[in-house]
Design a protein around this ligand. Structure first.
Ligand code: FAD
Length: 287
C-alpha cells in the first residue's frame, strides 16, 4: 500500500516544529519513529497533508537524571532505553517492557514519545507510565504544561494533547530502592500487541505489601489504573485468596473489545491472570 501525498518538513528546534504545526494547522502531524503513523498512512486510515519530522530536533533526545526523577526526551527510541545504564539501574521495569515491544527493527525506530502520545490502547508504555506515576511535558504555542499520565488518556487515540501541541519529554519518579516490579504481557506470538498485559510496581515491608500500583494494557479504550485491585493487596502477603480478589477487582474495570485476540470474557480472564502473575513476580523481586 502507498500513502497519499504529503509535504515533508524537518525542523531543527522545538520552537520551529511548534511554529510549523501551528501554521500548517489540522492537516499537519508530527512524525516520530513512524512505526504507528506510517502503517496507518499506508492503509489510508491517516491522510495528513503535512508531516513534521522530529528527527532533526536534538533537544528531544536523551535520558537524564534530575534529582529523584528520570527525564526522557520524546524522541528517545525503545532501543536507546534498553541501552541506557540509568534506565537499567533506576527503572528496570522500563527495560522489561521495552523488550516486549515488537522486534528489534521496530525498537530501533519507535520512540517513547510516539508510543505514549499515540493513544493506541495496545501500546505498552502508557499503562507502565501510569503505574510509575509519570507525567508528560506538553509544549504548544501558548507555553508548556505537565500532565500526569493517569490524566492524559481520554479514549482510543484521544488524549489531552491540544492541536499543535508536542509531547516533548516524559518525567518518571524513581521508585525506591528494593521495590518490586513486573510487566506481564500475553500475546499471540512474538512481536504482537498485548491480548492483555499488567504492570505492577510495589514495595514490601516485613513480608507484606506496603505500597502498590497496578495498571492494565489493551483491556479498555485507554490504559487503566486498577486502584481497587492495588488496595486489595496492601497489608497482605499476597496469599492465593488475595491474588484472586485483586484479579477480580481488576477484571471489574476491564472493557476490552472482542477482536482477533479473543472474545471479551477470555480477554478479561487472561487480564486477571496477568495481574496475579505480575503481583507474584514483583513481590519476588522486592527486598
Ligand atoms: P509515530 O508512528 O511517528 O507517531 C505515532 C503518533 O503519535 C502519530 O499520530 C504522531 O503524530 C504522534 N506523535 C509522535 N510523536 C509525538 C510527539 N512527540 N508529540 C505529539 N505527538 C506525537 N507498540 C507497543 O507498544 N507494543 C507492541 O507490541 C508493538 N508492536 C508493534 C509491531 C509492529 C509490527 C509495529 C510496526 C509497531 C508496533 N508497535 C508496538 C508500535 C511501535 O512501538 C511504535 O513505534 C509506537 O507506537 C509509536 O512510536 P513512533 O515513534 O513510531 O511514533
Amino acid at each position: 500500500m502507498i500513502p497519499g501525498p504529503f509535504n515533508y518538513y524537518r525542523p531543527a528546534t522545538v520552537a520551529d516544529a511548534l511554529k510549523l504545526l501551528s501554521t500548517l494547522g489540522d492537516e499537519a502531524r508530527p512524525l516520530a519513529g513512524g512505526h504507528s503513523l506510517v502503517p496507518m498512512m499506508k492503509l489510508r486510515l491517516a491522510t495528513p497533508e503535512h508531516l513534521v519530522d522530529l528527527h532533526g530536533v536534538a533537544d528531544l533526545k536523551g535520558i537524564r537524571r534530575e534529582g529523584n526523577t528520570v527525564v526522557i526526551g520524546a524522541m528517545t527510541t525503545q532501543h536507546e532505553l534498553l541501552a541506557s545504564d540509568e534506565i537499567g539501574r533506576s527503572l528496570p521495569i522500563l527495560d522489561e517492557t521495552a523488550l516486549l515491544i515488537a522486534d528489534p527493527q521496530v525498537r530501533y525506530r519507535g520512540t517513547i514519545g510516539g508510543n505514549v502520545a499515540n493513544g493506541d490502547p495496545g501500546n505498552d508504555m502508557p499503562a507502565l507510565m501510569m503505574a510509575l506515576g509519570a507525567s508528560y511535558r506538553l509544549e504548544g504555542k501558548s507555553g508548556a504544561r505537565e500532565v500526569a499520565a493517569s490524566e492524559f488518556y481520554q479514549g482510543a487515540y484521544f488524549t489531552a494533547l491540544e492541536p499543535g501541541e508536542l509531547l516533548t519529554s516524559v518525567a518518571i519518579p524513581v521508585p525506591s530502592a528494593g521495590h518490586g516490579y513486573a510487566y506481564e504481557k500475553l500475546k499471540r506470538k512474538v512481536g504482537d500487541y498485548a491480548t492483555a498485559a499488567a504492570a505492577v510496581v510495589l514495595t514490601m515491608a516485613g513480608g507484606k505489601v506496603a505500597t502498590c500500583k497496578i495498571a492494565l494494557t489493551n483491556l479498555s479504550e485507554t490504559p487503566l489504573l486498577a486502584e481497587d485491585a492495588a488496595k486489595a493487596v496492601i497489608g497482605t502477603s499476597l496469599d492465593p485468596a488475595t491474588l484472586k480478589k485483586a484479579a477480580a477487582a481488576a477484571e471489574a474495570i476491564m472493557s476490552p473489545a472482542a477482536d482477533a485476540r479473543g472474545p471479551v470474557e477470555y480477554r478479561k480472564h487472561v487480564g486477571g491472570i496477568m495481574v496475579m502473575r505480575a503481583l507474584q513476580r514483583a513481590a519476588g523481586r522486592a527486598s
